[in-house]
Design a protein around this ligand. Structure first.
Ligand code: FE2
Ligand code: FE2
Length: 171
């Protein structure tokens, strides 16, 4: 939930940028790069990574109620939807940067989709799924999971920059 708060701040920044686009009919592609990096590295890898690979995986083996299991599946689908939109955003940003005039509309459409759907995802986790998921775990299991989260985060920076060097080596 702490991570949701930073994500909300970034969504506000994106919203502000979208308002400026309306006036200027242009968007800074470096800003979009930064937004994509935030979404992919922080919101998707660091945050959804911990949800999917640690929390959801643990809950998978528990006797979840049908309603809770359905919400968990929705959350997983929403993560996948976010990845699809982000991929479209990256493609549109590249085209816009290369001077394709019609790509601006696609850049803003993808950004708008992200700022509209994601707050609902956060709300569903904060107010519905996370409170419900607590009942399937003991306090000890909670603490173990917290330690796993910390270990996951510790590895992330190395994973990210290893991947960057690898991709540059094959350029
Ligand atoms: Fe999520
Ligand atoms: Fe989340």
């Amino acid at each position: 939930m702490i991570e949701h708060r930073l994500t909300e701040r970034m969504l506000s920044v994106i919203n502000r940028a979208l308002k400026r686009v309306e006036q200027k009919q242009a968007i800074d592609s470096f800003f979009v790069d930064l937004a994509v990096d935030f979404i992919r590295t922080y919101a998707d890898r660091a945050h959804h990574g911990k949800e999917e690979e640690i929390l959801f995986r643990k809950l998978e083996s528990r006797n979840l109620s049908n309603a809770d299991r359905q919400v968990m599946n929705e959350l997983i689908e929403e993560h996948a939807f976010g990845r699809k939109i982000t991929k479209a955003l990256v493609d549109a940003n590249l085209q816009n940067r290369n001077g394709n005039g019609s790509a601006l509309a696609s850049v803003t459409a993808q950004l708008r989709t992200l700022v509209e759907y994601y707050p609902k995802h956060i709300e569903k986790e904060d107010n519905v799924f996370f409170p419900a998921s607590r009942s399937y775990m003991t306090d000890d299991e909670d603490q173990t999971m917290l330690a796993e989260f910390i270990e996951f985060d510790r590895k992330m920076i190395h994973e990210k920059y290893n991947a960057i060097v690898r991709s540059l080596e094959h350029d």
